[in-house]
Design a protein around this ligand. Structure first.
Ligand SMILES: NC(=O)C1=CN([C@@H]2O[C@H](COP(=O)(O)OP(=O)(O)OC[C@H]3O[C@@H](n4cnc5c(N)ncnc54)[C@H](OP(=O)(O)O)[C@@H]3O)[C@@H](O)[C@H]2O)C=CC1
Ligand SMILES: O=C(O)C1=N[C@H](C(=O)O)C[C@H](O)C1
Length: 250
């Protein structure tokens, strides 16, 4: 059996999809066998061992179902996942022994570390808020990374007997001034020309603060994580959520 993997890309002409196509073509052990975008047939994806999806939150579930039914492994970077959507994917996988799907809100290794560090730090502080900053063409807010960070932080704080939100005396505010709440953690979204993808987790306690900041300056930052996922998913049946499961974080 060949060690080479055949890879298909959904959303192939998008910002991320095009970058993934280039990264796969440059990888010595991977072959790009299908590049599919809006309005194009999915049939060429049947030639792929692994399909990578960077499309839209509206399109991604239908794409995953098609791939699972076709027996293809899937690496998903598209955002918009909550527990209900993940359970839907688990249901499809239950009927497809051996097929693996990995869903990761962020493939940047530094971003995964930032999320991990935020969760570890969360119980030591009174307050935590998240600010995500992205390019103005992003269609979802808050980002998938910010949502996931808030979930991890809230879970860590609850496990330590703390409320997810910090103290806040605000009794009067313009709509949106205090951001959105994800698992009760305040999340603020900035859309600014010149940016790619950035996030700060602000933690505050008595007389001191800790700021964890991650910056993706270029979409190549996501490629080592995407290629790692492509290589690993073929031996990980079922649903994996988060790139951290493929990294040895000690
Ligand atoms: N996990 C991670 O590390 C990262 C995740 N992302 C996420 O990836 C997603 C894509 O981001 P980005 O590349 O910037 O977005 P783009 O809008 O640049 O790309 C999305 C592409 O998908 C195409 N598309 C839409 N529907 C379908 C479909 N049903 N089948 C095939 N192609 C389709 C779009 O075509 P058209 O425009 O014609 O509709 C477009 O070409 C977002 O959810 C984003 O948040 C982004 C960066 C990193
Ligand atoms: O749309 C983007 O650009 C990004 N989307 C992901 C997210 O929503 O978290 C990952 C990264 O922030 C870039």
């Amino acid at each position: 059996m060949s060690d080479r993997l055949a890879v298909g890309v959904l959303g192939a002409r998008g910002r991320m999809g095009a970058t993934v196509c280039a990264a796969v073509e440059a990888a010595p052990d991977l072959d790009l066998v299908a590049a599919v975008d809006t309005g194009e047939q999915r049939e060429p994806l049947r030639a792929a061992d692994v399909v990578v999806d960077f499309t839209t939150p509206d399109a991604v579930l239908d794409n995953i179902r098609w791939c699972v039914e076709a027996g293809r492994h899937v690496v998903v970077g598209t955002t918009g996942f909550d527990d209900a959507r993940l359970d839907t994917v688990r249901g499809w996988l239950a009927g497809s022994a051996g097929v693996g799907v990995l869903v990761a809100p962020n493939f940047g290794v530094a971003a995964v570390l930032m999320m991990t560090f935020a969760a570890r730090a969360a119980r030591f502080f009174d307050s935590v808020e998240i600010v995500e900053l992205h390019h103005p063409n992003k269609i979802d807010a808050p980002s998938g990374t910010a949502r996931r960070t808030a979930e991890l932080v809230a879970a860590a704080r609850r496990a330590a007997g703390l409320a997810p939100a910090g103290p806040d005396a605000t009794t009067s505010a313009l709509d949106g001034a205090r951001g959105a709440r994800v698992d009760d953690v305040p999340v603020h979204a900035v859309r600014l020309a010149g940016l790619v993808a950035h996030q700060e987790v602000l933690l505050g306690g008595a007389g001191e603060t800790l700021t964890l900041r991650h910056d993706s300056y270029d979409r190549t930052s996501f490629m080592p994580g995407v290629l790692l996922a492509v290589r690993e998913i073929v031996s990980r049946p079922g649903l994996t959520v988060g790139l951290e499961h493929l990294l040895d974080l000690g």
